[in-house]
Design a protein around this ligand. Structure first.
Ligand code: ARG
Length: 306
């Protein structure tokens, strides 16, 4: 049978085709929409990932930075031993005429400072060598590299900080006034126009010169020599740190320490400015000794509670 193609059938076929096409188009549109959505989601997800990655990278960078900082902090001055002092010896200057901080017992230098120094050296695994010298030479010896530092009941001052590093403070010092029992001097105000004895190069020496005039101050190499001069009536008073003052007065029947705090100060270990790693090590050691009670134990051994 011959198929007769009439207009109607062509039209319906065309319509059918159109319909299919439109459905397909619709479907594809939907699909495209879906795909776009999916793609967008994917992109978002990717972006999130990238962000997350970036954050991780940042975090990593921070960790690296932190690590580098820690490493830099811990970086020892000497790479071969891993310690601040290459030769393994902690050389410290002192002036062993300052009881109870440092003084001679026979041939041996004893006192609070040498014991603290020994405990610090032990903690850090160094051998300790104490070098006795004039107090006024300690800073210069540190600067010239003769010693790594000094422990001598040394007061932290702005001026000294220009030449040396100072550890954290391990004790408080007070500048006191020693007079004879029969003296009419009752406090710093009475020192005007009086002859004052001091130990050369100490804070007591500087304060006395500033407050009462250079011409009224006679400085001695040792505190004990100033006390001898006081006993001999060559000076009217001695300005010196409280603990040595008490110890000198205790050894001299006709001397007393006035109850006035002329100046309150911090004692610390002076250290070379050229080795910051050493400063860190010493501070770490002092903190550990403080924590363990060893520091107080040493101080209590030499300074009896009144
Ligand atoms: N504290 C005072 C200062 O730093 C006196 C220290 C004197 N020490 C000594 N060992 N003679 O100037």
């Amino acid at each position: 049978m011959k198929k007769t193609i009439n207009k109607k059938s062509i039209l319906s076929v065309l319509l059918a085709i159109l319909l299919m096409l439109s459905v397909a188009a619709c479907g594809s549109k939907k699909d495209t929409a879906k795909e776009t959505e999916a793609k967008e989601e994917e992109t978002e997800a990717k972006e999130e990932k990238t962000e997350a990655k970036e954050e991780t990278t940042e975090a990593k960078e921070e960790t690296t930075e932190a690590k580098e900082e820690t490493e830099a902090d811990e970086e020892p001055a000497d790479a071969s031993t891993g310690k601040a002092l290459e030769d393994g010896v902690l050389d410290l200057g002192t002036n062993a005429a300052f009881p109870p901080y440092e003084f001679y017992e026979g041939e041996e230098i004893v006192g609070i400072d040498p014991e603290i120094a020994q405990a610090v050296a032990d903690y850090l695994g160094y051998e300790l060598k104490i070098h006795d010298m004039e107090f006024a030479n300690i800073i210069a010896s540190i600067e010239s590299g003769k010693v790594d530092g000094g422990i001598a009941g040394m007061t932290v001052t702005e001026e000294r900080l220009e030449s040396v590093n100072f550890s954290d403070s391990y004790a408080t010092g007070i500048q006191s006034i020693i007079v004879t029992l029969d003296s009419d001097i009752e406090g710093p105000d009475d020192l005007t126009d009086k002859k004052i004895g001091t130990q050369f190069g100490t804070t007591g020496d500087f304060y006395a010169q500033d407050d009462f005039g250079e011409e009224n101050v006679q400085s001695f190499d040792k505190g004990a020599d100033a006390v001898v001069a006081l006993n001999a009536g060559k000076v009217d008073a001695v300005i010196i740190d409280n603990e040595p003052a008490k110890s000198f007065a205790a050894a001299n029947d006709n001397l007393k320490v006035l109850e006035t705090d002329y100046a309150v100060e911090d004692y610390a270990i002076a250290l070379t400015k050229t080795n910051d790693a050493l400063l860190e090590e010493v501070n770490e050691a002092l903190a550990a000794l403080e924590e363990s009670g060893k520091l107080q134990e040493i101080i209590d051994k030499y300074i009896k509670a009144e």
